[in-house]
Design a protein around this ligand. Structure first.
Ligand SMILES: Nc1ncnc2c1ncn2[C@@H]1O[C@H](COP(=O)(O)OP(=O)(O)OP(=O)(O)O)[C@@H](O)[C@H]1O
Length: 571
């Protein structure tokens, strides 16, 4: 047997098979790649077609997020409960109204990220996974007395949340009812409140005409309208006259100088309201071209025609936008202090309403002018409150929307019934009442509200940690005292100008006593003494004004430094 030459390659069956298999594998991979390409192309075309459909339907936002929200809504469509009217009105009613997506949001390609399935409100926050490509939604939900979606009318909101308060006010028992509209700027507070005011005007007169209790023969309808802007109270029905709020020895709070007008008909009442609204202080913010930066308070008081005694009082409060100072287009001091004042009063308001509900014993109504003025609405045993929190649907507002819902949620801490909770939680991937990142999860049941200082509240409001919150709280305190100092500086300046004018007149007369042609004999000592005392008084007045000015400047400096510090923290 001869052995094969060493360099001759022997073809074995195994080698040929491996080559075939490799070729097959390559062919399979190519086919798979081809299929993937085809599917990707198909998906791309589908996506483009879906985007076109979305645009045609007025939703030009991110097609993937829109799709995820749509899918979520289909899966949860049965969660919504019908709105039932005629329910017994709770002492505090907290509801949420979502407005339709606006043209401005459409132009920005913002997508609808809020779902109101009464009584729950869901925010679907658009997120990217760590790979930076995969999109997903972070769902948060809250439960309220009522959740109104973009299709709900202002009349729906009014019928469920305000009409019971009008009936309560008109019952003649001296009830105090307050309706607040709260929310991010541009979310629909004024839109909702304007509509409500028109219906209130109609219904008050309708009730007083037709009911058995107090009626138009024995009851006067009086209206006043003022705003609180940057710590100042201004009468919108009396040439923006500056007003003062005082608490007398008996604890009665009076807005001195506020004009009240008697309205004889719904049209009359609305005319007063509309003329006041035109005079509100507004500024442009990123979110709204004419953002209301003041709290507007319309008070309708029913009084006995003979005794003038109070039969009922309704306050309709359109709160200033709750967005942070950083959202304002301008960062000057006035805008900054404005925002700070707004935030302080909103924090105090939340605590005061909670106290009304019995969940908090601390009623910090003196913490802001807004809450001081509304003191009887929080402390009277005959008080009812409705809070309408308005939210924007846009995904870019999701964080603000969560803040608004969290604020409204904390007012009442309403819990979903176990049934509803189960129904929603079983289909969701998020806990109710979300907690802040980095904070231990709080269960509202054991949350000790009494330990909550305003600083804790500010901490939550700003979603920040303790030290930052202390800085923010310090800034708010400085801004508050800045308002007081400003008021007091202006008052002093005014009174000094007046006294100087009187002194000037006296000086003129004094000079005449020695200079007049008719005077031949005069007492130069008396002249010199009197002139001396006038000059002393003038020196004293100038020194007092300079002192006041220097203290005010120090406050301005302090505010500026604190504001820089807080801004550097990213607020
Ligand atoms: N439910 C709604 N339906 C239709 N349009 C709405 C609705 N709510 C608000 N809008 C519109 O959205 C815009 C902003 O609303 P609005 O001025 O009421 O906001 P706001 O919360 O009062 O803002 P700000 O605090 O800045 O005053 C307005 O053009 C208003 O007409």
């Amino acid at each position: 047997m001869t052995s094969p030459p060493r360099n001759r390659r022997v073809s074995t069956g195994v080698g040929k098979g491996a080559k075939d298999q490799t070729r097959l594998r390559i062919e399979k991979m190519e086919a798979e790649r081809e299929e993937r390409r085809r599917l990707m192309q198909e998906r791309k075309l589908e996506r483009a077609a879906e985007e076109e459909r979305n645009i045609a339907a007025g939703n030009p936002g991110d097609v993937d997020f829109i799709g995820l929200v749509k899918k979520w809504r289909q899966e949860h469509a049965n969660d919504a409960l019908p709105l039932v009217s005629g329910q017994s009105q709770p002492k505090i009613c907290v509801s949420v109204r979502k407005r339709p997506i606006s043209d401005k949001e459409r132009k920005r390609k913002d997508h609808d990220s809020v779902t109101c399935y009464h009584p729950a409100v869901w925010v679907h926050n658009a997120k990217l996974k760590v790979d930076g490509i995969t999109k997903y939604l972070d769902h948060s939900s809250f439960c309220f007395d009522y959740a109104f979606n973009e299709e709900s009318s202002t009349e729906d909101v009014y019928r469920h949340c305000t009409l019971p308060l009008i009936e309560f006010t008109c019952s003649g028992k001296g009830g105090r009812a307050t309706v607040f509209a709260y929310g991010q700027t541009g979310s629909g507070k004024t839109y909702t409140m304007n509509g409500i005011e028109a219906m209130v005007a109609e219904d008050i007169f309708h009730l007083l005409k037709n009911q058995n209790g107090p009626n138009l023969n024995d009851t006067m309808v009086l209206v006043s309208f003022f705003e609180i802007y940057g710590g100042r109270i201004q009468d919108l029905l009396n040439k923006r006259e500056r007003l003062k709020v005082l608490e007398d020895g008996k604890g009665e709070v009076v807005v001195t100088g506020l004009r009240e007008f008697e309205a004889g008909s719904p049209e009359d009442l609305l005319e007063y309201i509309e003329s006041a609204q035109k005079k509100r202080t507004t500024h442009a913010t990123e979110a709204n071209d004419t953002s209301s930066r003041s709290h507007a308070i319309c008070q309708i008081v029913l009084r006995d025609k003979e005794t003038q005694s109070l039969k009922g009082k309704l306050s309709l409060v359109d709160l200033a936008g709750s967005e942070r100072g950083s959202d304002t287009k301008s960062h000057n001091r006035q805008r900054r202090t404005e925002s700070s004042e707004i935030n302080t009063s909103l924090l105090a308001l939340k605590e005061c309403i909670r106290a009304l509900g019995g969940s908090s014993k601390h009623v910090p109504y003196r913490a802001s002018k807004l809450t001081l003025i509304l003191k009887d609405c929080f402390t009277s045993s005959l008080a009812r409150t409705t809070m309408i929190a308005t939210v924007s649907p846009g995904g870019s507002s999701a964080d603000h929307t969560i803040n608004t819902l969290r604020y409204a949620d904390r007012i009442k801490e309403k819990k979903m019934s176990d049934l509803k909770k189960q129904k929603i939680a079983s289909k969701s991937n998020k806990v109710l009442s979300p907690t802040r990142p980095g904070k231990k999860e709080e269960t509202m049941d054991d949350f000790d509200i009494l330990s909550h200082s305003l600083v804790d509240e500010e901490d939550e409001f700003y979603d920040s940690d303790g030290n930052d919150a202390e800085d923010i709280a310090q800034l708010h305190r400085t801004v508050q005292s800045l308002f007081e100092e400003e008021e007091s500086l202006l008052n002093l300046h005014m009174s000094i100008i007046q006294e100087n004018a009187e002194l000037l007149t006296e000086e003129g007369k004094l000079l005449q006593t020695v200079q007049n042609d008719a005077v031949v004999d005069y007492d130069i000592d008396a002249y010199a003494n009197r002139l001396g005392s006038i000059l002393d008084r003038k020196t004293y007045l100038i020194a007092a004004l300079k002192d006041k000015l220097s203290s005010f400047r120090n406050q301005l400096k302090q505010e500026e430094e604190l504001s820089k510090k807080v801004t550097s923290l990213g607020y």
